[in-house]
Every structure is written in C-alpha cells, then in structure tokens.
Ligand binder design. Structure first.
Ligand code: SF4
Length: 340
C-alpha cells in the first residue's frame, strides 16, 4: 500500500453521543474547537499542500478525532463538500475519516457515497463486549462486524483501530480481540496502548485506584505480540502508540500510562533485540570477541534501540568485546544477520 500524504483535520469529540472512559480528544489533539469552519479548513489544507514539497501522492484529507458519521447531516456534507473542492481542483486525491462502528449504516453510507471518500477507519478498540462496556464505548463487537461488512461491500479501504489494556481487559482478551479483528480482514490497523489522559473518566478511576495502566515495557511487549499476529495475516500495522503531540510530550495532558513519542520505534527495537539475541545464542560462545550485526540501512536505529539500549542489553547478556551494526542493502527491513 503506497503511503498517502495525509492532511489531518481534527474534529475532537464531534459527533460523539458517548463519552468513552479513556478519551479526551481535546487533550490528545490539542484542538479545542469541535467543527472546523470552511474558511479555517481551506487555510489548513492549503498550508499542508504547500508543505508537501515533494508532491507525495496520493494526498488525502483526513477527518480524525471524532465520530464522522455521527455528525449532523449538514456538518458531514459541509466537510465533504469542502474537501471535494480540493479533489476537483486536482490538489487532493481523496478523503478519509474515522468513525464509530455503530454509525456505519446504509443510510449514512448512502449520504457520503457521491463524495470521493476512499478510506474509512473504524474505532473498534476491543472485540470483547465486557471490555467495551467497561470502557463505556456504547457499542458491541457485533456492530464492528456489521460495519466491516457494509464498508467492504461498498469497496472502501477499511482501517481498524484497537486499544490494549482497556479497563476490564487483559493480555488474553487483547490478543483475542486482535485475532477477531484480523478475521475481519481490514486493509490496515492501528494499535493504541491505553494511556490515562487528563480529564477523562479513566483519569478519575486511576486516581481512585480502580484502573492501573501497563508499564511502558509491558505495553511494548504486548503490542509486539499483536503486531506479529497481524503481520502473519499480512495486515499492515500503520501505527503503534498515540500520535505524539506537544501536550502529551510535555506531560500536560497525560496523567499516567505507556505513552512514548516513539512508541512504534520501541516495539521494533524490541523485535530486533529479540532477533539478535536468538542469533547470538545460536552462535555459541562470543565472549571477548567482536560481533557484527548486519541489517537493512533503514533498520539501523531499530537494531541499536533508543540510545543504544539494545547493544547494551546484548553486551551484558553475551559479553562480546564489541558489537558493530553494519548496513546491508541485501537484507529486508525486518532481517538481521550475524558475522563473528
Ligand atoms: S473515543 Fe471516539 S467515540 Fe469515544 S469519545 Fe473519543 S472521539 Fe468520541
């Protein structure tokens, strides 16, 4: 799948009839307004188009952060018409949006069918009804199954977002959810470890001792397992971890939990650490020798880990004199080869 140049337009909480326990979109996105005005939308999109210096294609306007198909009809039509003007002018190729599964109905899909919408992302979060109830999602796993069926029948590219360690969940339930999501054959997925965001219901539960988030290490390992599950089924994982934002990075909107601005990188680093570790184990005694790990040039930082953490771990486990990481274009992006 060719990576699109996405112009994100946040419509925080817009169209939400529910308040999910974990969510405070204004805190996550830093955007306080609900529906963007047409004028502001045009300024925003034009700004991004200027930024797309290398003319990366395809270009998509993406409505994120709310429940798109839950908006008032007038708002849906205004946002689609505005985006469609850019498509007609040839500067944008298509539109995408994220929405709740229970808002994907034939009536709503008929309404958007005349616009150049190519991709719909569904906020699945979990396929366990008990977890969905505990997280106050207000929909069931059956709603997701139905939404996937409707969207696929109309030829949309379908993305699914899932969360790990929601209230009432555990590793088995999260992995089972991932399996059920994979069975629905989405075109791509995003995995978000639950973080406790300021002014969310979850923040209150955390304060009251009713919810405990995973540590960063545990969240990385769990997401790694889920990543493998999707990879085995050939389903691209296009994001792991919340989108970095200034407020989250500064800790202004984060109360607790496994947020890291480079969460996906941490997952890949652990995957490379595991691969290198098992190769070094098979290699026999390498104590006091120099070892080289060959990886694709794009994977060097994943092999090293943040601040060389992987190299330090491998050194303390296997005691070589040194470990070199060498770029090797003959290798795939998820391969490691050892040279003693
Ligand atoms: S997670 Fe989505 S549906 Fe739930 S409150 Fe937040 S924006 Fe609305």
């Amino acid at each position: 799948m060719k990576k699109p140049f996405i112009i994100p337009v946040f419509i925080p909480h817009a169209g939400c009839r529910f308040q999910c326990a974990f969510c405070n979109q204004a805190a996550i996105t830093g955007v306080k307004r609900r529906i963007i005005s047409p004028e502001h939308l045009r300024i925003l999109v034009n700004g991004y188009l200027r930024y797309n210096g290398q003319q990366r294609k395809p270009v998509q306007i993406a409505y994120y952060g709310g429940n798109f198909l839950g908006l008032q009809n007038d708002d849906i039509l205004m946002l689609l018409r505005e985006a469609d003007q850019f498509v007609k002018a040839g500067t944008v190729d298509s539109i995408r949006f994220s929405t709740r599964p229970d808002t994907v109905t034939h009536e709503r899909l008929d309404m958007v069918s005349s616009f150049p919408v190519s991709t719909v992302e569904i906020g699945v979060q979990s396929m366990d009804d008990g977890v969905l109830t505990a997280a106050r999602r207000g929909h069931t796993a059956a709603d997701t199954e139905k939404a996937a069926k409707y969207l696929k029948a109309r030829g949309y590219t379908v993305g699914m977002q899932m969360m790990t360690a929601l209230p009432g969940s555990d590793e088995d339930k999260d992995i089972d959810s991932a399996r059920k999501i994979a069975d629905l054959a989405p075109d791509f997925v995003r995995i978000y470890p639950t973080a406790v965001v300021k002014d969310s219901l979850l923040a209150r539960w955390y304060d009251e001792g009713k919810y405990q988030p995973l540590s960063l290490e545990a969240a990385v390992t769990l997401v790694k397992k889920i990543y493998f599950l999707f990879r085995e089924k050939g389903i691209p994982v296009i994001r792991m971890g919340l989108q970095a934002s200034e407020d989250l990075d500064k800790g202004i909107s984060l109360v607790a939990g496994p947020y890291h601005p480079a969460f996906g990188h941490l997952v890949f680093s652990e995957i490379f650490s595991d691969m290198a570790s098992s190769l070094l184990r098979e290699a026999g005694d390498i104590a006091h020798r120099t070892v080289s790990l060959r990886v694709n040039p794009r994977s060097i930082s994943k092999m090293r880990g943040l601040r060389n953490r992987n190299i330090e771990i491998l050194k303390s486990e296997f005691h070589p004199d040194s470990i070199n990481v060498i770029a090797d274009t003959s290798l795939g992006e998820e391969e490691v080869r050892i040279e003693k």
